[in-house]
Design a binder for this molecule. Structure first.
Ligand SMILES: [Zn+2]
Length: 217
């Protein structure tokens, strides 16, 4: 079964986690714009520096830069057995541009899945995130029993700048202003599926599969 999905939701809604589960289930390619941004930043290019200046403040990376990075990926993406976009599109111009790029390649989206999570839970989920500077593993402070060190290599864990509480609040505000209107956009296109994103990753995944079933039949 080939699926072409967009995972939609606020920062902390669990898009990355669900994308990983979907990837395992359907064998589709997972493209996270967060990962694309971080890769660009590591390359220390002008583009990477621009991306960083927006992300550190919790602002959206401008459409032109995002489309630049995504279009490069799309060429390979459409050859794969379906895809899952997480963190993209984030604005209506990006969605329109994406649709055009897909139709040029004779493809279209299967569905857009919106993960619905209350604001308080979003803030708790993101501001508790820690990353290991050595092995890049992600953790949540609630699941660490021996302090903020990596259980694998004992490195002291760090908080990403865009996960700090102030940046999180800006990210949520930005989401409400610029990204939330996309829900209406996809609803009008009859692509939107909404699910409750609270609870364990497994519980959310079960809900996700059940709403996807009718679309896949
Ligand atoms: Zn580690």
């Amino acid at each position: 079964m080939v699926i072409r999905l967009v995972l939609f939701g606020a920062p902390g809604a669990g898009k990355g986690t669900q994308a990983a589960l979907l990837k395992e289930h359907f064998g589709a390619l997972h493209i996270s714009t967060g990962d694309l941004f971080r890769r660009a930043m590591k390359e220390k290019s002008t583009l990477g520096d621009q991306v960083r200046s927006y992300m550190d403040l919790g602002f959206l990376v401008p459409d032109e830069i995002v489309m630049n990075l995504v279009r490069k990926e799309l060429v390979d993406v459409v050859k794969e057995n379906g895809f899952l976009f997480d963190g993209f599109p984030r604005t209506i111009p990006q969605a329109e541009n994406f649709e055009q790029a897909l139709s040029e390649m004779h493809h279209s989206l299967t569905a857009v899945v919106s993960l619905e999570v209350e604001q308080d839970l979003l803030v708790r989920r993101i501001s508790g995130r820690r990353v290991c500077p050595k092995c890049s593993a992600l953790y949540h402070v609630d699941s660490l029993s021996h302090g903020e060190v990596c259980p694998t290599d004992q490195s002291p864990l760090e908080q990403r700048k865009d996960d700090a509480e102030e940046a999180v609040k800006t990210r949520l505000k930005t989401f409400a202003l610029q990204t939330l209107p996309l829900k209406e956009y996809y609803r009008e296109k009859k692509l939107l599926l909404q699910i409750d994103g609270s609870g364990t990753p497994a519980a959310v995944f079960a809900r996700l599969l059940s709403v996807l079933q009718p679309v896949l039949d």
